[in-house]
Design a protein around this ligand. Sequence first.
Ligand code: NAD
Ligand code: DAU
Length: 332
Amino acid sequence: MKVLVTGGSGFIGSNFIRHVLTAHPDDSVVNLDKLTYAGNPANLKDVERDPRYAFVHGDICDATLVRDVAQGVDAVINLAASTHVDRSLMEPDEFLRTDVFGVFTLLEAVKELKIPRLLHISTDEVYGSVERGSSRESDPLRPSNPYSASKAGGDLLALAYWQTHRTPVLITRSSNNFGPYQYPEKVVPLFITNALEDKPVPLYGDGRNVRDWLYVLDNCTAIDLVLRRGKDGQVYNIGGGHEVENLVLTRQILQLTGKPETLIQPVRDRPGHDRRYALDSKKVRQLGWAPRHRFGDALAATVAWYREHEAWWRPLKSGEFRAYYEKQYGNR
Ligand code: NAD
Ligand code: DAU
């Protein structure tokens, strides 16, 4: 199978490309990535010379380029997106462009070139905050921030192409991922690296918001399964099945890094902060998927990875990130 992965130089994308090249020796991968602040060629340094891997620098909103690179592929997997909720509150434009218009560009190319499959990667955030129970794929979308609203727009457009043109799209909606190569603006790598630097960890609001944590390698096996065995026009939730309050997660990270709880710094809450996400993942489990990694072990492995890969994350925490972080929290 020849696959086009968009956004392959980001967190999940780079883990997914490595997974495909390892699990499927006959597959080849083209990675189309704009290399925004979140895209990093270093994430795929180890596969750069693999003859089955090719990189194209570009934007999924560029229709001509997308048609060029998509020519002759068996499937497109769209992981290109603007992804950080806090940034979507300050600068939403790029979210609307990539997460809605970018999806439209891919849909048009897949329709026109008759590509057999487009797997669009989405998020549990499109269902909005869930006080009780868990979201099913058929539930209405109630996004509450510009990031999740843009993602919901992309999802609805993809499903509309299936309804009207029978464009062969599938969607996965996963819960919060963590693991190696995650940009250190997201809570897990931010708190691990801040702790390793003996810096405060800024905990939003009362710290009682709940996220359902999924190890990125488990998400990769689920995406791969849906790509090969999923049904066109269908949505698949992928939940880690491990709900944790932010304060509990923070304490676990501090314990694993060997740092004191005095590093916890309560800060002003994120505006419109969703209280809880939870997914019903029966449908993908019926395809044969289950997470293989236990949360505690995976979190410990993640802390160990950041400890051992300081040369990867330290440059990311200067420059653009530093300016962004200081805008949020001041100079600490
Ligand atoms: P990321 O921010 O780490 O990476 C995004 C990648 O997309 C980067 O390499 C970036 O350069 C690229 N990109 C951005 N705009 C582009 C454009 N216009 N054209 C081409 N490339 C572009 O993101 P991630 O955390 O790996 O998320 C990947 C996908 O998974 C996203 O669709 C996100 O919504 C979804 N998702 C993420 C999580 C999570 O916890 N990280 C959970 C559920 C769903
Ligand atoms: O649920 C899936 C989503 O998970 C993905 O679609 C998004 O792309 C991804 O960014 C993530 O969104 P969250 O907003 O849940 O992730 P984030 O790491 O930003 O925050 C996780 C929780 O931690 C959330 O309740 C906010 C809180 N938090 C976050 C940061 C960055 C803090 O308390 N302090 C922080 O500094």
